[in-house]
Write a protein that binds this ligand. Sequence first.
Ligand SMILES: Cc1ncc(COP(=O)(O)O)c(C=O)c1O
Length: 416
Amino acid sequence: MSRMVIESSVREAGTDPIFRVAGEAAQRTKELGTEAVINSTIGALMDDHGDLVAFKSVFDVLKGLPDEQICDYAGIPGIPEFLDKVVDACFKSYRPEGHIRAVATPGGTGAVRHAVCNYTEFGDQILIPDWYWAPYSTIADENRRETTTFELFDEAGNFNMKSYKAAFTDLLKKQNRVLSILNTPAHNPTGYSISLDEWKELTAFYTEMAEANPDARIIILCDIAYIDFAGKGEDARAFMPLLSGLPENVLPLYAYSASKGFTMYGLRNGAIICVAPTEEIAEEFAAACAYSNRGTWSNGTRGAMQTLADIMSDDNLRDRFIAEQDFHKGILQKRARAFLDEADKIGLKLCNYCDGFFISIPCENPKAVSDLLMEKNVFIVALAKGLRFAPCAVSEEKCRKAPQLILDAIKEVAGC
Ligand SMILES: Cc1ncc(COP(=O)(O)O)c(C=O)c1O
């Protein structure tokens, strides 16, 4: 029988490599027990026994809400308290100057979707790094756009300005409009964070490009999904004020996600936030994104929005939440340190990791290495350019063990 879906919607089922490896890891854990398996496939905080961490400081608030507040609609753009407080949660003490608006989205994914659909034309290319979170290209493809990549790292393992600027300039020439998605700090999959000096160079570049091309549109989407697990205190937000006061044809946007920071993964809570140079551009942003809400998922999860708003409005609730988040950030940092130290000791080459849930190991034949590791009960995601290890999901002890197993597998696949 002929196909019922339109040509461009013909998809292969069940090919998501992360879910495939994660499924095998879960099966092996069932058979052999947690201790025998290293499951580094999951992009969520897990405790040392492999159970998902759920912040008590968050779920006490959610479960204390009246039923009607949980079940009600949230309004198309999101409830007003949330729209106010999510801006605080995003910027904390580094609130940039500008016309700031937020529109609620189901997680950071929804924010990426709205940026793609409202700030690029059909068929446009969106600029992303060569190490990237795969859903960027899915979102682009689903919405009849494409992605194009620049090299994330230079030879010293820092942000590859040359490659970025060349790709950006090419795209601007072709489209007169660039949407650049920068997942920083604590980039997925490498853990790289763009430094303050690099941000200064980037903003100078945006200014130069915008002034030289006054009809062009430059949109910078900062995907800050992992920001609450980066740096010390609020330092990871220090770049935010640099992204303001730019020419009027540059628009900084933020994809805010409550998934990791509040352990709200499945509650689908987040926002797209603009720091617009004029009130008119901010109003236009809010209207376009609210309309997109209505036309895609209507509105978001009211109970999750209320929970974030309540926590961010009450000093005691917020202090308790920050203390719990900091505790887990500390565990993550110790696990990552154990992996990095061991990798360094044995000569396992890594991408430049600064912060966050993931560490990447560049290698040849990543799929073959991942398959071999699976035989040894080590589950690690194969990417196009290497492997992704997830200290967020693996105990410190196993983080120390993993580098040698990975190095051995890389050598075995390479035949040396
Ligand atoms: C790089 C990156 N951006 C955005 C997200 C958004 O996630 P969510 O839609 O669950 O908030 C994720 C989650 O895995 C991510 O890894």
